[in-house]
Design a protein around this ligand. Sequence first.
Ligand SMILES: [Zn+2]
Ligand SMILES: [Zn+2]
Length: 159
Amino acid sequence: MTKAKEIRNGKQLCPRCKEWKYQSEYWPTNHTATGRRVYCKICSVVKHREWAKKYPLRYMNGMRASRQKVKAKVLKHYSNNNLACIWCGEDRLVCMTIDHIEGGGTRHFKKIGKYGSSFYQWLINNDYPSGYQTLCMNCQLIKGARNNESAKSGYLDNG
Ligand SMILES: [Zn+2]
Ligand SMILES: [Zn+2]
């Protein structure tokens, strides 16, 4: 995918729109000799959209894969780099979640307005704030039940 690219007066030719554009019009990348993408920013977006339309499944999988990457990164950080539930060692990504050590998760989610994958991204953007830990769904449920002994929710106390 690396093509030798010509730079003229600080400008690079975009093969799609056939325009010579300043390098600032191209996103940086490590994959080309010029250090910039082959297509200009505008064409990159258009091409990406076309690709997403043509290969919806691959597009969806790619989105999911990148979300999982973000999730794994955060879970790893909050489990002492083990990428596993800190209580029971559950290590299936789909089972794990970020737990608020002090509780009050739902309130906090509402406050920052982040849910799911955007919450993981929020944690990264905020330099991994403390007060969180990696738990699996089961352990989070158990913790919730323990913290909520007085609640007469029934089924949680039967175990
Ligand atoms: Zn272009
Ligand atoms: Zn667990």
